[in-house]
Design a protein around this ligand. Structure first.
Ligand code: MG
Length: 193
């Protein structure tokens, strides 16, 4: 299954059998790397506010609402089997802003991509310095039983592996979306898992 450039697919983060995030994404390239573009202002369903106490996440005390993707667009790169995605961000004036390594498990569905977020992330700045993000969230998730201590070590290990491998720059830093791509719609029912 290969998706053609410009096709709109469904992108979701799922958790506990429910869609946590649901939004449309445009296929940029589907070869060795699957590159998906989330356009600024894309219609989206997600909990509001987006950040919540980990205890609420653990207890399933969240409900997605209709909203829009906030801020600038993001290009997401995924390779098969990898337990992470690399997100590229740009400033409004088009300057490259940095890479965000989202540690996650992901898989293709008939309509797009589903993923399960692993809490811990890494910000990599254009000058090459990098920081872990949300390490406290992962630690708290372990305390609350959402991940085992072994899971947490594996998740952190994947981040360390990516930093050693150092896949930056990715070759996509000067990429820009096609001006002709319309803002995609979010069909009813896409959030039904
Ligand atoms: Mg994450």
């Amino acid at each position: 299954m290969t998706w053609e450039t410009g096709r709109v697919v469904r992108f979701r983060y799922v958790r506990d059998g429910r869609a946590f995030w649901t939004l449309p994404a445009t296929v940029v390239e589907d070869r060795d790397v699957l590159a998906l573009w989330i356009a600024p202002g894309s219609p989206m369903r997600r909990p509001d506010p987006p950040r919540m106490p980990i205890a609420d996440l653990a207890a399933g005390r969240w409900a997605p609402v209709a909203t829009q993707w906030q801020g600038d667009g993001v290009l997401m790169l995924r390779t098969p089997e990898a337990r992470h995605a690399i997100w590229l961000f740009w400033h409004p004036d088009g300057r490259f802003r940095g890479w965000y390594v989202n540690l996650e498990e992901w898989w293709r569905t008939e309509d797009g991509v589903d993923a399960f977020d692993h809490q811990l992330d890494i910000w990599v700045h254009p000058d090459g310095h990098w920081d872990w993000k949300d390490a406290d969230d992962l630690a708290e998730s372990v305390e609350l039983g959402m991940f085992t201590p072994e899971d947490a070590l594996t998740i952190r290990g994947e981040g360390e592996r990516v930093m050693l491998e150092w896949p930056f720059p990715t070759g996509w830093e000067d990429w820009r979306p096609e001006a002709s791509w319309p803002l995609p719609q979010l069909p009813d029912g896409w959030d039904v898992v």
